[in-house]
Design a protein around this ligand. Sequence first.
Ligand code: FEO
Length: 183
Amino acid sequence: MDTNRLSKTIEAALNDQMTKEAHASQIYLSYASWADSAGYEGIANFLFRHAAEERNHMMKILEYIQKRGGRVIITAIPAPNPDPTSVNDCFNKVFEAEVDNTNSIYRLVKMSLDEQDWATWNFMQWFVKEQIEEETMALDLISKIKIAGGETANGDALYTLDRDLENTPDDARSAETVTTDNP
Ligand code: FEO
């Protein structure tokens, strides 16, 4: 008896999305490391915390595939893009990466709708909601760097921004408690 409740297409798409979340974590890790080496410790801390959150997203999908009797396939994670050239560039790239991830999640929602896989459709709604928060977070970063002067932000403005982000709360801690049962 086949106990896999996922179609082959959905199973493959969920595995792809799981790897995409791992890739997102690598992107944040690489940008955080860049920020740290450029002297922006507050920005680095913020991005490191977010890298942990992306890994939680990866685990959430992994748990769901298993729960539905599917097969989790762990593959190589693509390398992140080259280092940002500035804080302005970094924050814009964060936003682009989040929009790209949102589009990927929307494809999965559409796929589950087309296949009438309501369990996966329902599961993916958590990610739809989460992406609103993720894009808001990225847009807030862009607003902050715009106010600081964008590409021509001076040292004082970047120092203040860096200190501000060090203390900016994010939902990394609560995401650590996220499970499939307790989204
Ligand atoms: Fe897992 Fe930033 O989306």
